[in-house]
Design a binder for this molecule. Structure first.
Ligand code: DAT
Length: 176
């Protein structure tokens, strides 16, 4: 089946919890009016959470069900998808993948402020130190669509938003 072209790009904003994905997505949403898809919220809304993981104190995502539900949402483009993972999405969904990064001492403070502690806190810090989400994105998408953005300070936050907006403009020039 031939795919129809998108009228706007689909973007994935990924990274370890606490790196600033939702902060960036919220500003992008306000600037672009693209649809902000928070996968964790969609999973709750559409009942895609399965059994509870006792180690991490969080429910487990039913990947297949979530993908089925998202498929039609992604078709036309103009989506900003926000999730701490990238490999379970079909590669064809995304035109640009942005991996948000944060220095681990800054991330530690952000996660403590969010109420994380113990194993959950340590595991997320390790995840950032070992670049797990960056590697996952690099292994799942073509190198030329994956971009890493450092997000430690307010200045970087604003610069990152501008970078993504400029990327969108360039995509439109090249594809529309
Ligand atoms: P995520 O959606 O990746 O879990 P978030 O957007 O909720 O992260 O951000 C976590 C916290 O960090 C939140 O209190 C906002 C703050 N934050 C995000 N980006 C920042 C930045 N560039 N500079 C300072 N604080 C930032």
């Amino acid at each position: 089946m031939e795919r129809r072209p998108r009228f706007a790009p689909n973007i994935l904003i990924t990274g370890t919890p606490g790196v600033g994905k939702s902060t960036i997505c919220k500003i992008l949403y306000e600037r672009t009016k693209y649809t902000w898809r928070e996968v964790s919220k969609l999973a709750e809304e559409f009942n895609c959470l399965d059994e509870y993981d006792p180690e991490y104190h969080c429910p487990v995502l039913n990947d297949d069900k979530m993908l089925d539900i998202m498929e039609s949402m992604m078709e036309k483009g103009g989506n900003i998808v926000d999730y701490h993972g990238s490999e379970f999405f079909p590669e064809r969904w995304f035109d640009g993948v942005f991996v948000i990064r944060t220095n681990n001492t800054i991330l530690y403070d952000r996660l403590v402020a969010r109420g994380y502690s113990g194993k959950k806190l340590e595991d997320n810090i390790q995840c950032e130190i070992f670049e797990v989400l960056l590697e996952e994105a690099q292994n799942s998408y073509k190198a030329d669509i994956v971009r890493e953005l450092q997000n430690n300070t307010q200045e970087q936050l604003l610069a990152n938003v501008e970078t993504i907006i400029e990327w969108i403009e360039k995509w439109k020039e090249d594809n529309l």
